[in-house]
Design a protein around this ligand. Sequence first.
Ligand code: HEM
Length: 385
Amino acid sequence: MIQASISPARLAQWLFGVAALVFAIVVVGGITRLTESGLSITEWKPISGALPPLSDAAWADAFARYQQIPEYQQINKGLGMGLAEFKFIFFWEWTHRLLGRVIGLALVLPWAWLALRRRLPQGYTLRIFALAALVGLQGALGWWMVASGLEVRTDVSHFRLAAHLLTALLVFSGLIWTALDLRALAHDPAAQPVRMTGFGWGVAAVLALQLLFGAYTAGLNAGQVAATWPSMNGHFVPEGINWSGGTANAFLNDPFLIHFVHRWWAWVVVAMLVLLARKIRQTHRRASIAIHSAFGTQIILGIATVWTGVALWLAVLHQAVGALVVASTMWGLWARKYETGKLIPVTNAPLFLDLSRIRCKRPAIGAAPWGGSFSFWAIKREFGP
Ligand code: HEM
C-alpha cells in the first residue's frame, strides 16, 4: 500500500537544516582557505578518509605525503613547519571534508528512504535527487581543486576555487528555494513550485558575477594588492594592471583588475537588490529587510577586509555574509513570484535569515549595526517620515 506523502512542512524543515549545514561548510571552507590548510590532505578517499590518522605512524605518513608537495617544499619547509603545525592545518581540511560527507548523507539517506516508500510529494523526488547529485559533484570539484595545487603550484587554481564556491552557493540556493516551495505547499495544498522570472535571472546573474569575482579575488590573494578604499593605492583605477596578455586575460587573471571589478560591481549588486527589496516590501517585509541587512553588512565587511589587509576573521565573516546575501536574495526572488498563498506567516521565516527580529522604537537605528550605513539609509527610506 502506498502511504500518504510526508508533511511538506517537515520536509521544508529538513531542507532548511541541510541548508544550515551548507552554510557551515562555506564558513569552514573560508577558514580552511585563509589558514592555508586546503592542501594538507593529499589524497581523496571518500570513505576511509572520514577517519583522521589515529596513530603516530599514520600521522607521520600523512605528514610525509604533505612534505612531497610544492607548498611544503617552497613555503612551509622554510618556515620550519613541524608535526604540530601540520596537525592544525590538517584539522581544518579534514573538518571541511567531514562536513561535506555529513551533508551528502543528510540529503541522500532521508531522500532514499522517502523515495522508496513514495512518500515525497509529486515532483520532489527528482528535484531533491538533483540537489543530492550536485552535492556529489561538489565533492569531486573539491578534489579537482585540491589536485591543482599538488604538483607544480603552491596554491590552487583560482578558476577551480571559483567553481567550487559557486557550486556550493548553487546547492545552498536550491535547498532554500525548494524548502520555501515545500513550506508554501504546507500552507496551501494547491501551491505550485515557484519559477524564476526574467528579472530574477537578471538579479541572479549580477550577483553570480560578484561572487565569481569575489572567489577570484580570494584565490589570487588580490585583496592584498591594495589596502585602501575607495582608492586603490591612491588611484581610482589601480596602477599595475597587466594588459599585455589582452583584455580577457586581464579580467581573468590580473589581481589589480579583479579586485577593482569586485569592489565596484558590488554597487550594481546593491542597486539590483534594492530594486528587488522594493518590489516585495509590501507583501514580504521581512525578506526585504533581510536583503537590506545582508548586503549592507557585506559592503561594510568588504571594505573592512580591504582596510585591514585581509584580516582572517573579517575575510571569513565576509564569506559567511556573502552566503547570507545569496540566501536573502533567493528568499526575495522566491517571495516576489509567490502569488498563490498570499503572505507566509512571518513566525515561520527561517531564523538565520530573519535579522529583522531585532526590534526597537526606531527601526533605522536598530538595523544599523546589522545593515551598516547603506542599510540604514534604505531602511530609513522605507519606514521614515
Ligand atoms: C554584495 C557585495 C559583495 C558580495 C556578495 C561579495 C562576495 C564575496 C565572496 C563570495 C568572496 C569570496 C570569499 C572567499 O572565498 O573567501 C569575496 C571576497 C572578497 N571580497 Fe567581496 N563581496 C561583496 C562586496 C565587496 C566589497 C564592497 C569589497 C571591498 C570594497 C569586497 C572585498 C573583498 C575582498 C578583499 C575579498 C577577498 C578576501 C579574501 O582574500 O578572503 N567585497 N567577496
